[in-house]
Design a protein around this ligand. Structure first.
Ligand code: AMP
Length: 505
């Protein structure tokens, strides 16, 4: 069998190709036969624009089944899919187009004029459009095109996609993911999470990020099951559709929003077999509340753009609140100090991973790539973690979010777990601020629970019983909501910036 990921998907499609692969928001169904036809037509259109093996095809388009077809068309041609966050501004797009030099840029129909101008500046010859109602020039051309049948031969090591990391410091880096990376992770997760042909997946994640595309969609392409594709997360809509579904993958905010909804009951979740969480830490408290409400234990997993998924709590076995489980089969992990010395079980250090899931490197950044890999092939994730004697891994935060106060390390997660447990607190984020005496001081922002007006001074006092003095927040502010990116990750750099002069000026 070919190593092309698309071939690997197709060989697993159901023999009856009239079966439903995907249901759109408005109820329109797309069969496997329909999907293959659309992919083949897109491949023809792209090839007519000059796209050949190894070329990049960049796309900044709103979520629809066409996004998945475009991704697969790139694979079919051996080209490199390059999805871009729909929130990126013109300046950011110019950077990505300049850096990746794609053959084609696909944009939303409404953005054609600006996109053409930016593409021209970046020497990208072809701009196509794709709307959410099967409109746009790519669809117009596809309607007249013959569906291409052959799938270009590639090796496991050839690049299937480039995903730019969110890059909170410095420029975003393009993570090169190979056909082999994506295939191995899709097959591993498909098996680890016990997918069966009858599964129906509620899909409310974006399609430009590893979670929504390479975890959710790839698993369902391997599974030959049904994806319910929703344009965004809307609690009412999810609750209405849940009785017809079996699996949901989400970021932690999906779960806190469901719990905040009075209509989310045990009965609503009765048909579900699996809730998966990832992309940001799930508080143990959310895990417990979800179990009390529904009888389901959310399965938390951990991964990143560069590595796809590394660890998962087990389908059968203990799903430990606050932990991300052991490594997935075929993947190794270790916790090291800054120099790469392996630390004993239970000690906090930087997590390093190795396996067929780990990316090939950063696009056109050989030095950056080399500095993030050890000589024995382990990738330095930049996440601080512990590995227990039993192999369960706990992520305690990003390396760069570590707070050093008076020379002592403070792991934000420890403080967040304590404050997040208080009834009057809905959400919390802990971060460090420059301080003239301590170097850094611990600070926090909280979002009050519905109907409560927390006394922040009282909260600070209460944490003193549980935490060493250097870990106790010196200031807490109340916010209506935490600054999060589209994947639900709290933007701690933004918090640090907003409150930078609190203790020093
Ligand atoms: P991204 O590359 O956007 O997918 O972000 C990856 C980062 O998200 C990781 O390096 C972690 O810092 C964080 N992350 C992902 N999953 C989890 C999780 N289950 N718990 C804590 N952090 C997570």
């Amino acid at each position: 069998m070919s190593d092309n990921l698309y071939s690997q998907f197709i060989t697993r499609f159901p023999t009856d190709r009239s079966r439903v692969f995907l249901i759109e928001q408005d109820g329109t169904e797309l069969s496997f036969a329909g999907l293959i036809d659309r992919v083949g037509r897109y491949a023809t259109v792209l090839a007519d624009q000059g796209v050949v093996k190894g070329d990049r095809v960049a796309a900044q388009i709103d979520k629809s089944s066409d996004v998945i077809a475009l991704y697969l068309a790139c694979l079919q041609l051996g080209a490199i899919h390059l999805p871009l966050n729909t929130a990126y501004t013109g300046d950011e797009i110019a950077y990505f187009l300049g850096d990746a030099a794609p053959r084609v840029f696909v944009c939303q129909p409404a953005h054609l004029a600006t996109a053409t101008e930016i593409a021209g500046r970046c020497k990208v010859d072809a701009v196509l459009t794709l709307g959410t109602r099967h409109d746009g020039s790519l669809n117009d051309l596809a309607a007249k095109a013959a569906a291409r049948k052959d799938i270009v031969d590639v090796s496991r090591d050839d690049i299937a996609a480039i995903l730019y990391t969110s890059g909170t410091t410095g420029r975003s880096k393009g993570a090169m993911l190979t056909h082999g990376n994506l295939a191995s992770n899709a097959l591993t997760l498909h098996q680890a999470w016990g997918f069966k042909p009858g599964d129906v997946l509620l899909h409310a994640l974006p399609l430009f990020h590893t979670h929504g595309l390479f975890v959710a969609v790839n698993i369902m392409l391997v599974n030959g099951g049904t994806v319910v594709l929703l344009s965004k997360f809307d609690a009412d809509d999810i609750i209405a559709r849940m009785p017809t579904a079996t699996v949901m993958m989400g970021v932690p905010t999906f779960y806190t929003r469901l719990l905040a909804h009075p209509g989310f009951t045990r009965e609503v979740a009765a048909n579900m077999r699996l809730f998966v969480s990832g992309s940001a830490p799930l508080l143990a408290e959310t895990h417990d509340q979800f179990f009390d409400r529904t009888g389901h234990k959310i399965l938390e997993r951990y991964g990143m753009t560069e590595t796809c998924m590394n660890t998962s709590n087990p389908l059968d076995g203990e799903r430990r609140p606050g932990a991300v489980g052991p490594t997935l089969p075929g993947i190794e992990a270790r916790v090291c100090d800054k120099d790469g010395n392996i630390l004993p079980a239970g000690e906090i250090g930087v997590l390093e991973v190795r396996g067929p899931n780990v990316f090939k490197g950063y696009w056109q950044m050989p030095e950056k790539t080399a500095s993030e890999f050890r000589t024995d092939g382990f990738f330095i994730t930049g996440d601080l973690a512990t590995i227990g004697e039993d192999g369960y891994i706990t992520i305690v935060g990003r390396d760069k979010d570590l707070i050093i106060s008076g020379g002592f390390n403070v792991y934000p997660k420890e403080v967040e777990e304590i404050i997040g447990d208080y009834d009057e607190v809905e959400e919390v984020a802990v971060f460090g601020l420059p301080h003239p005496d301590f170097g850094e001081a611990v600070a926090a922002v909280i979002v009050p629970a519905k109907g409560s007006t927390p006394d922040v001074e009282a909260i600070i006092k209460r944490t003193q019983d549980k935490l060493a003095k250097f870990k106790v927040p010196k200031r807490i502010w109340t916010l209506k909501e935490l600054p999060r990116n589209t994947m639900g990750k709290v933007q701690k750099a933004e918090l640090r910036k907003n409150y930078a002069n609190t203790f020093s000026s």
